[in-house]
Write a protein that binds this ligand. Structure first.
Ligand SMILES: C[S@@+](CC[C@H](N)C(=O)[O-])C[C@H]1O[C@@H](n2cnc3c(N)ncnc32)[C@H](O)[C@@H]1O
Length: 217
């Protein structure tokens, strides 16, 4: 009987931000690796593995069966968090989607503005748009790290603070990373600068942000 498995470094970094003894919801779960792993390791007491697609959810059901996690992990077909009640999830993971989609999902959930909830967010693209949304809506990044798995990824732990903060364009790219101290954070920022420089060809405003970010390396 297969009891557990290893996560790749991206999902492992997401898992490391989850609190002990909480109910988890993994939104856009696909294979349900994270919820199954978190329950099998005894980190989560229960988990909802949620996806908008039937096919990804079928992949999730296979993982749940393979590791005998049926009593701990429930699958749910839903768009974002729309069918998740307040008392069903304390730590919410949204990984492997664009930053703008993650922002929409948080925005659409009536229970998101609760200081007890933790959001573990891993945007694949447009993380700057996600950070902008978060600070405009009273959320803050508690901590942020990067990992490498072929490509470099960032993961942030976010919660509601109630403070609407005016943040700089540069902050939307750096967030709580420490590019001067940490090599992976630096690599992530260099990638963001390259993307900005590519976009900046016809646009002076991107160029200025890219130049300012270079001073943070
Ligand atoms: C690239 S996979 C990521 C799987 C896993 N979270 C990971 O990070 O490895 C993205 C998944 O998100 C799902 N998805 C996209 N938009 C969604 C939404 N609005 N609500 C729920 N699931 C969504 C897709 O069906 C897909 O299974």
């Amino acid at each position: 009987m297969k009891e557990s498995f290893n996560l790749d470094s991206r999902l492992n970094l997401c898992a490391s931000f989850v609190r002990n003894g909480v109910k988890v919801a993994d939104i856009g779960t696909d294979h349900a690796y994270l919820p199954v792993w978190l329950c099998k390791k005894g980190i989560a007491i229960s988990a909802l593995a949620c996806d908008i697609g039937q096919e990804p959810l079928q992949n999730g059901i296979k993982t749940i069966k393979k590791y005998h996690a049926e009593n701990m992990v429930e699958t749910r077909l839903c768009n974002g968090l729309e069918r998740i009640n307040d008392d069903e999830a304390q730590d919410i993971i949204i990984a492997g989607m664009g930053g703008e989609t993650i922002a929409e999902i948080i925005n659409g959930w009536p229970y998101a503005k609760n200081k007890e909830k933790h959001f573990i967010l891993q945007p694949m693209t447009r993380s700057n748009e996600l950070v902008e949304f978060l600070y405009k809506n009273g959320f803050e990044i508690i901590k942020q790290s990067c990992c490498k798995e072929r490509k470099i990824y960032t993961v942030m732990l976010v919660k509601y603070s109630g403070n609407i903060e005016n943040i700089s364009k540069e902050f939307t790219y750096i967030g709580k990373l420490s590019p001067k101290k940490n090599a992976l954070d630096r690599e992530f920022l260099k990638m963001e600068i390259r993307n900005l420089e590519n976009k900046s060809k016809g646009n002076e405003k991107y160029k200025i942000v890219a130049e300012n970010l270079k001073k943070e390396l």
